[in-house]
Design a binder for this molecule. Structure first.
Ligand SMILES: Nc1ncnc2c1ncn2[C@@H]1O[C@H](COP(=O)(O)OP(=O)(O)O)[C@@H](O)[C@H]1O
Ligand SMILES: [Mg+2]
Length: 243
């Protein structure tokens, strides 16, 4: 279980403070697919950075896989990040001199895992994201959608507990966006926990739950009853803060 308890985050700014998160409570069940939405400045990125163990809260507790990571030192925090989380970015963040397979395996290098031992799993992921005929290509030889597929496979290589995606389709056209969201939907159907930040309602529609933020707090949690590919979104009330 993944749980945020009364999380606040203050950033010092000159002599004052900007309070980016003002008490966020959120429980994420394993296997959930969540979209975080909200206007610019509402705290989405700050929340994602905390969920992603890239930053620590000012107060409150964050349990990742039942372990409190909110007070961990930098080394322990980056270890938790490397072992338990996968990241997908708007700009793909692939290394241009590496091939598809090498990019996917990159997180293993940082973790000292033998690449050979993970060869079969890498090939499985390449197939899962539909890039079997592109394994030796370099990023510049791929379309944006294909590059994002590589990034999705890279996010999965360490078998993370949760995948975090910040505007994963922000650089893609609407058809490619649909294809990428279908890949993320498939991950969810496979049982993976997926959290996406987006400003696009069409993207949020693929998620199981939509969390709406405003001024540093969660103001609403909606359940999308009918997932993906369905034009009409049926909403229903859900217990606030537990998804
Ligand atoms: N490093 C920082 N220093 C000062 N203020 C920050 C910092 N990061 C974010 N903020 C402020 O915190 C608030 C929330 O920002 P952010 O989480 O980036 O919102 P969002 O991603 O929803 O646009 C904003 O008012 C922003 O200006
Ligand atoms: Mg942001």
């Amino acid at each position: 279980m993944i749980r945020l308890e009364n999380i606040t985050k203050a950033f010092p700014l000159n002599d004052e403070e900007v309070i980016a998160l003002k008490g966020v409570n959120l429980t994420i069940k394993e296997g959930s697919f969540i979209a975080i939405m909200g206007p610019s400045g509402s705290g989405k990125s700050t929340l994602m950075n905390i969920l992603g163990c890239l930053d620590r809260p000012t107060s409150g507790r964050y349990f990742l896989d039942d372990v409190d990571v909110s007070r961990m030192d930098d080394d322990s925090l980056s270890e938790a990040r490397g072992k338990k989380l996968g990241f997908i970015f708007q700009s793909y963040n692939l290394l241009s001199q590496l091939t598809v397979v090498e990019n996917i395996q990159l997180p293993l290098v940082y973790q000292d895992v033998s690449l050979k031992s993970q060869h079969d799993y890498t090939i499985e992921l390449v197939e899962q994201v539909g890039l079997s005929d592109r394994i030796d290509h370099k990023p510049t030889q791929l379309s944006g959608g294909q590059q994002q597929r590589v990034a999705i496979a890279r996010a999965l290589i360490n078998r993370p507990l949760m995948v975090l995606a910040d505007e994963p389709t922000g650089n893609l056209d609407s058809q490619t966006e649909k294809e990428i969201m279908e890949v993320l939907s498939a991950l969810h159907k496979d049982g993976k926990t997926v959290v996406v930040v987006t400003h696009d309602e069409a993207v949020a529609k693929y998620a199981e739950y939509v969390i709406r933020m405003k001024d540093g707090v969660i103001v609403k949690t909606e359940k999308n009853e009918i997932e993906a590919k369905n034009e009409s979104k049926a909403e229903s009330k859900t217990e606030k803060g537990s998804v």
